[in-house]
Design a protein around this ligand. Structure first.
Ligand code: ATP
Length: 460
């Protein structure tokens, strides 16, 4: 019977990610730890590529941005000033019957206010602070309490003067940071969508008051473009503006970029106009000046800030969901990730047709010539068909096959993941040709001496 291709589901993704070394449950041999995940050999490459693309687009390629890497543990006064100690909480309800706990504002509508687990009644909602607490130093008392940061943003605000004085940036300018954040979420789930330890990519973009609306619009547009540059399809992205009742008291405006995940539309990134709230709070609590001397008027002003705040793990999940595909393949199903070449964890795989010594030596030479140029894998296990399928499941854009004819004509076959088209090119032209293909050139455009490979060998 012919298998029928299906849609992406979270179950399929979790299983494929585990099988191919993208993502494993944390502390797996001990039965895992609720909603904590480890990125495997392939996943770590994918995640790094996402972070690097973000860093390049938002820091390296711009004159008006600088980066920062601040510590996870900070003076607890930071979290008093930011409002997290008093207000960073979610409403928690407990089922009176089965005692399971839920986030009151995140219950499925079909539960109609009853426990989704057993139908029992809930207790009154209580505010539950999401910050993880620990102690600094050897004494575990109230004076030594510190928090694991629940966002990377505050590390940026408290360094505003340091950055201004050392980088000599003029308004408008931004500070970017990528790093771990921790939230003791009441309910987690949906794989890496909501976990208690995750990574954020945050920008605080400082502007002159009065220009904030246009910068908010600018950044919303930039950030949508960024997801497009990762290969995420437009139709799976949407913008949702927060209603007045959702806005934090200091927030002047906020929109979420949402992605159409298998469980439905959900937040990928939040973009907020935070006004001058954060800098003013830190001035008040620290007693230090965090103002900007406007050269034109010779007056100190407190800049407004636009904050595009994205999750690394949610972006990785969106990239995985968007790239996942199943296609009919004879009587079977070909599963593949159509990763954009910039994020693909492996760019090129070198596959010798057999392990025979002379062929292996030739394939190893090819591998050695490509490895300095791209993330390249060498794979000589199992049949060539199986190896192609494995690379498809890793989302590798190009496979280079070295066969016995290669020993005579110094040519190798490049096979493209999405079309399965194949061309044969001189091995000396491989690196250059692959670089062009990875940059978007059609597979069937040939280098000098190249040929479109025979029909009968296609489809491997
Ligand atoms: P949510 O409403 O989903 O709890 P949030 O509005 O609290 O998210 P922000 O505080 O705006 O999230 O954080 C910015 C980004 O950090 C989010 O858009 C998301 O991508 C990421 N993020 C926040 N919490 C988590 C989490 N528990 N696990 C993974 N990523 C997260």
């Amino acid at each position: 019977m012919t298998a029928t291709p299906g849609k992406v589901t979270m179950e399929k993704l979790v299983s494929l990610c585990q099988r191919r070394g993208f993502i494993f449950p944390s502390s797996d041999i001990y039965g895992g730890l609720s909603s904590c995940w480890d990125y495997g050999p392939v996943g770590v490459e994918l995640k790094r590529n996402v972070k690097e693309a973000w860093w390049r687009a938002n820091v390296r390629d711009r004159d008006d941005m600088v980066g920062l890497d601040t510590s996870i543990l900070m003076n607890p006064r930071v979290w008093e000033a930011s409002g997290h100690v008093t207000a960073f909480s979610d409403p928690l309800v407990e089922c009176k019957k089965c005692h399971q706990r839920f986030r009151a504002d995140d219950l499925p509508p079909e539960a109609e206010g009853k426990c989704p687990n057993c139908g029992g009644d809930f207790t009154e909602p209580q505010q539950f602070n999401l910050m993880f607490k620990t102690f600094i130093g050897p004494v575990e008392d109230a004076a030594s309490v510190v928090y694991l940061r629940p966002e990377t943003a505050q590390g940026i605000f408290v360094n505003f003067a340091n950055v201004l004085n050392t980088s000599r940036k003029r308004l408008p300018f931004g500070i970017a940071q990528i790093g771990k954040s921790f939230r003791n979420e009441i309910t987690t789930g949906n794989f890496i969508f909501r976990s208690r330890e995750f990574e954020q990519m945050e920008i605080e973009y400082f502007v002159r008051p009065g220009t904030d609306d246009e910068w908010f619009a600018y950044w919303t547009n930039e950030r949508l473009k960024f997801y497009g540059s990762l290969g995420i399809r437009k139709e799976n992205l949407r913008l949702r503006q927060h209603g007045q009742d959702e806005l934090a008291h200091y927030s002047r405006c906020c929109s979420d970029i949402e992605y159409n995940f298998p469980m439905g539309w959900a937040e990928l990134e939040g973009i907020a106009n935070r006004g001058d709230y954060d800098l003013k709070q830190h001035m008040e609590y620290s007693g230090k000046g965090l103002t900007y001397l406007d050269e034109a008027t010779n007056q100190h002003i407190v800049p407004y800030v636009i904050e595009p705040s994205a999750g690394v793990d949610r972006t990785v999940l969106a990239v995985l969901c968007d790239a996942y595909d199943e296609e009919p393949d004879k009587d079977e199903i070909r599963v593949l990730f159509h990763f954009h070449p910039d994020v693909a964890p492996v760019k090129v795989a070198v596959l010798p047709l057999s392990r025979k010594e002379n062929l292996a030596a030739c394939a190893k030479d090819v591998y050695a010539s490509l490895r300095p140029c791209f993330a390249t894998q060498y794979d000589d296990t199992q049949s060539i068909g199986r190896r192609y399928r494995r690379q498809d499941e890793l989302g590798t854009p190009y496979c280079v096959t070295v066969d016995f004819q290669s020993l005579e004509d110094n040519m190798a076959t490049i096979r493209e993941r999405d079309t399965m088209n194949q061309i044969r090119v001189p091995t000396a032209a491989l690196a250059d040709t692959l670089a062009k293909k990875l940059a978007g050139e059609d597979i069937l455009v040939l280098p000098e001496g190249g040929v479109i490979w025979k029909e009968e060998t296609k489809g491997g």
